[in-house]
Design a protein around this ligand. Structure first.
Ligand code: AMP
Length: 408
């Protein structure tokens, strides 16, 4: 699903484009329309699914387009840790870059300056306040936080907040909010105590459950951190090293599929391509050759990543990083089917590093990094901040303390 389908304001669309998002993730696809329609939502979604943007995007859109009081805090996002508060504030800054929506992160451990800045913002009213429970409670107790016009409450990583003993702090904050508001609760797990809390806080919530499948344990996964121009030489190197009977290579675009296939054919590899520019007959023919073992190397777009049953694929190469964790699991799941083992390599260029980190987060562990053959040259380091700079994206400048567009 494209972001244009949500009917967002153009200024928000500009922020989405600048953040490099093309398609909505499954959690975004399900949650955004509900939030836009004003519903309360309880969603079980892990980090890495795109859950942050799933609530920030509709909130920003509502704040831009719905009439609201100026001198009030509009939305409160309560999170368990200062790291998460900073991360969400960074997301917020990027996505709202072309709007006049203001935001501030409020978390413990700061100095006197931070406190003064927080006090000023909370007493004037910021559009979006991202806070840890203890620090927010301390501010509220001092009496200057403008909450009378607050319309949106988000509890993020609610299970972690309860594990950390924040229940009373959260309930104190909520007791100080207007009763009429939209509530959103995100939690990786849904134990009884979360449901109990949800029952007290949410009003007739819609329930969303995004569970990600895990890759088969038998697949040996590794990633090469590369520059773009090293990808083709690396494919040739890997294919030349061992005589594979069945290799499936995924690219994210038809252009890459065509270019890589051309290069492999020129280098005398038995390779062919499959993508949506081919007619049905040609596609079936290529697939049949691959399935029967006559064609050992098939280069494909994502049309082959789901559902298609081909056994005995020894190696899957993600020539480009897949769109999201679910696609990654589906693509590498083409190997190690039935009783066989399989290998999956992913090539991660500098501008794809952030996306790959998101996938690793979703998998719950890093994918081991493979050593680049020496003759193919120096490689970049795996450094997500560096990759952001390469996209030319303004949103990732290192924050000192978050206080965005406070003097609106
Ligand atoms: P989260 O689950 O919110 O921690 O997001 C995980 C990562 O996915 C973050 O690096 C986001 O910037 C990124 N992300 C979120 N939504 C999208 C999207 N629609 N397309 C690409 N990346 C996304």
């Amino acid at each position: 699903m494209k972001f244009t389908d949500f009917g967002f304001d153009q200024r928000l669309m500009d922020g989405i484009d600048a953040s490099g998002y093309e398609n909505a993730t499954p959690v975004q696809e399900q949650v955004i329309p509900l939030i836009m329609a004003g519903k309360d939502v309880i969603a079980s979604a892990q980090t890495g699914t795109g859950k942050t943007a799933a609530f920030l995007l509709p909130l920003i859109n509502k704040i831009i387009t719905d009439p609201h009081e100026d001198h009030t805090n509009n939305a409160l996002v309560i999170v368990p840790t200062r790291e998460l508060a900073i991360q969400i504030a960074q997301h917020m800054e990027g996505l709202s870059y072309f709007t006049s929506v203001s935001s501030i992160a409020v978390y413990g451990g700061g100095d006197g300056n931070a406190f003064v800045q927080e006090k000023k913002a909370l007493s004037q009213g910021a559009d979006v306040v991202i806070c840890t429970p203890g620090k927010m409670m301390a501010h509220i107790k001092m009496g200057y936080v403008k909450l009378a016009g607050l319309k949106y409450l988000v509890l993020d990583e609610a299970d972690r907040m309860l594990d950390m003993g924040f229940y009373d702090d959260i309930m104190f904050i909520i007791d100080n909010l207007p009763k009429k508001r939209q509530n959103l609760l995100f939690s990786a797990t849904m134990p009884f105590k979360i449901r109990e809390m949800a029952r007290k806080i949410l009003h007739q919530p819609e329930e969303i459950n995004i569970s990600i499948s895990k890759p088969n344990e038998k697949i040996i996964q590794s990633a090469f951190i590369v520059y773009d121009n090293q990808k083709i030489p690396l494919v040739k190197h890997l294919l030349g090293k061992t005589e594979f009977k069945s290799v499936l290579i995924f690219c994210s675009s038809k252009i890459n599929v065509k270019q890589l296939t051309r290069d492999l054919k020129r280098a005398k590899f038995l390779a062919d391509e499959i993508h949506s520019d081919l007619d049905q007959e040609k596609r079936e023919d290529v697939l049949l050759q691959f399935k029967s073992g006559r064609l050992p190397i098939l280069v494909a777009t994502d049309i082959l990543s789901r559902g298609i049953d081909i056994d005995n694929i020894e190696l899957v190469i993600n020539y480009d990083v897949p769109h999201d964790g679910e696609d990654y699991v589906h693509r590498i799941g083409r190997t190690a089917r039935a009783a066989a083992d399989g290998t999956a390599y992913t090539f991660v260029s500098v501008k794809e590093q952030r996306k790959f980190l998101g996938i690793e987060k979703l998998l719950g562990k890093p994918v081991p990094k493979a050593q680049m053959p020496e003759e193919l040259g120096e490689t970049p380091t795996y450094n997500v901040l560096q990759s952001n700079n390469h996209t030319g994206n303004k949103r990732f400048k290192k924050p000192r303390r978050f206080y965005n567009k406070s003097n609106k």
